[in-house]
Design a protein around this ligand. Structure first.
Ligand code: SF4
Ligand code: SF4
Length: 151
């Protein structure tokens, strides 16, 4: 029996809650601090991680209560499509809305496992510093890799 690739047959708006959640690869990039250049509006990613981000699993350590614990945590939703512009190029939500396929390492294409994503360096694993352990200004932590294009 062939696998049902719901993300190829449904729009984001047509997906149910379980399908929507499964699109998240758990890369952790959206949980990094971002900076905006006030003069140019250019977006910069840092490798500064939210205090709730688990540096090994790259998942939120308290997903259910995240909005109570981190008030500026952003819910990825079609109700706030403007927020999509700061999502990384690898993000499944952003890619689908731009008409792009999921990357080859996405868990949905790898039996639900995130190992291929981590192996390819497509997650934040091993590259981040917790926001509680900074030793300098945020600008010192600017990195380019979250904005890398992906396969
Ligand atoms: S960037 Fe997108 S795919 Fe990655 S963790 Fe955030 S919402 Fe999920
Ligand atoms: S609260 Fe959780 S989901 Fe929100 S930014 Fe922090 S780690 Fe990410």
């Amino acid at each position: 029996m062939s696998e049902v690739r719901f993300w190829e047959t449904k729009t984001l708006a047509q997906m149910n809650a379980q399908e929507w959640e499964s699109l998240c690869d758990g890369c952790g990039k959206c949980c990094l601090s971002k900076l905006i250049d006030e003069d140019t509006d250019e977006l910069y990613y840092t490798n500064i991680a939210c205090v709730l981000l688990n540096s090994k699993s790259c998942r939120c350590s308290d997903y259910e209560n995240r909005f109570a614990k981190v008030p500026d945590c952003v819910k990825i939703s079609l109700d706030d499509i403007d927020a999509f512009h700061w999502l990384p190029p690898s993000c499944a939500y952003k890619r689908l809305i731009e008409g792009k396929p999921l990357p080859q390492w996405h868990p949905l294409l790898n039996k639900g496992k995130a190992s291929e994503m981590h192996k390819r360096g497509a997650s934040v694993r091993g590259k981040i510093v917790c926001e509680t352990q900074l030793t300098g200004p945020s600008q010192d932590y600017i990195v380019r890799w979250p904005l890398d294009e992906c396969e």
